[in-house]
Design a protein around this ligand. Structure first.
Ligand code: AHM
Ligand code: MG
Length: 349
């Protein structure tokens, strides 16, 4: 049986794409791959909670059981600490950014933004969850990196990716030269190249949005949903509605099959729910690199100004033609003016 190229081999081979690369980014990606395998092991055991103990209880080895998202956060941070290629981590799990201080990371020039376990409420019901990561080069050249180093637009990302812990576990990433997917082969404990050069279809027939909040959506989104549901044989409508509630899983499916994922502003999330730095930007980078489009309904996600670590944004992303259509509806029925009114003081009829 032939073995596919492993993630480690692939990363090394691709280092040649960057003539001045010294291997730091390659090592950082490798560290993410290692932490992902450890997280995968624990996610797979999640159903055994009655055997190994509830969160907060003490297990048979006398260790306190941790929530998996906290556990995942610790695994990634310690992988960065040991690896030494990252100076700052921004994580959904931490209010403030974290300086990675270790002997080996003194001159580290990369910044990682991460959502260690996105959709973690799905774990209890055995539904796929994910990790989302984004890598930037720090702007300052010496001294301790600061908030200014972090607040970069998505377009500045040097790499981004996600891990999906699903029926199989995959790591998908880009360094700005296309998107490649690796499936974890549990028999050898390696991510193996299974989805080279992933491309999202220009058109799709899947729309993914939490329709339960329909009443609270802007008119442009309501109109787009109605458009998806109208019968039209030329455009294969009505489309199919698929919403897992785990962004990585919804996006992964839509990249492969073609579709649109929308999380707009709502009454309870007047600026959107998803976080720009470690959820929207990395996925937007992947989507664009796969040939798709990512927007906040009006503007490219990767061009949005970043002013806060945990800033939120509305997001419309996926197959280019579908996102274009949704943007058209937003421009027509929820023009920029309306959107501004929504911010902060959104009034629901
Ligand atoms: P989380 O970071 O608290 O896990 O929330 C992010 C998740 C996404 O994975 C998913 O797309 C979305 O929240 C689902 O939200 P909702 O339940 O409001 O539809
Ligand atoms: Mg999240």
């Amino acid at each position: 049986m032939s073995i596919n190229m492993t993630l480690g081999q692939f990363i090394l081979e691709k280092q040649g794409d960057f003539p001045y690369a010294k291997g730091e980014l390659s090592r950082l990606l490798r560290d993410i791959g290692i932490a992902a395998k450890i997280v995968n092991r624990e996610v797979n055991k999640a159903g055994l909670v009655d055997i190994i103990g509830e969160v907060g209880s003490t297990n048979i080895q006398g260790e306190r059981q941790k929530k998996l998202d906290i556990y995942a956060n610790e695994q990634f941070i310690s992988a960065f600490q040991y690896g030494g290629e990252c100076c700052i981590v921004v994580s959904e799990e931490n209010d403030e950014f974290i300086h990675i201080e270790s002997e080996v990371s003194k001159d580290a020039k990369y910044i990682v933004a991460i959502d260690p376990l996105d959709g973690s409420s799905n774990i209890d019901v055995n539904v796929s969850v994910g990790t989302v990561f984004s890598i930037y080069r720090r702007k300052s050249v010496d001294g301790k990196a600061t908030l200014d180093d972090i607040l970069q637009k998505g377009v500045e990302q040097v790499a981004a990716g996600y891990v999906i812990y699903g029926s199989s576990t995959m790591l998908v990433y880009t360094t700005g030269k296309g998107v490649n997917g690796f499936t974890l082969d549990p028999s050898i404990g390696e991510f193996c190249l299974s989805h080279p050069d992933m491309r999202i279809p220009k058109d799709g027939t899947i729309y993914s949005i939490n329709e339960g909040y329909y009443t609270h959506f802007p008119d442009g989104v309501k109109k787009y949903i109605k458009y998806c549901q109208v019968e039209d044989s030329k455009t294969n409508r009505p489309y199919t509605s698929r919403y897992i509630g785990s962004m990585v899983a919804d996006i992964h499916r839509n990249i492969i099959l073609g579709g649109i994922f929308i999380y707009p502003i709502t009454a309870s999330a007047p600026n959107g729910k998803l976080r720009l730095v470690y959820e929207c930007n990395p996925i937007a980078f992947i989507i664009e690199q796969a040939g798709g489009k990512a927007s906040n309904g009006y503007q490219r996600i990767l061009d949005l100004e970043v002013t806060e670590l945990h800033q939120r944004s509305a997001i419309f992303m996926g197959s280019e033609n579908m996102v274009n259509k949704a943007e058209e509806m937003m421009a027509c029925f929820s023009p920029q003016q309306t959107k501004r009114n929504f911010e902060g003081t959104m009034v629901i009829q």
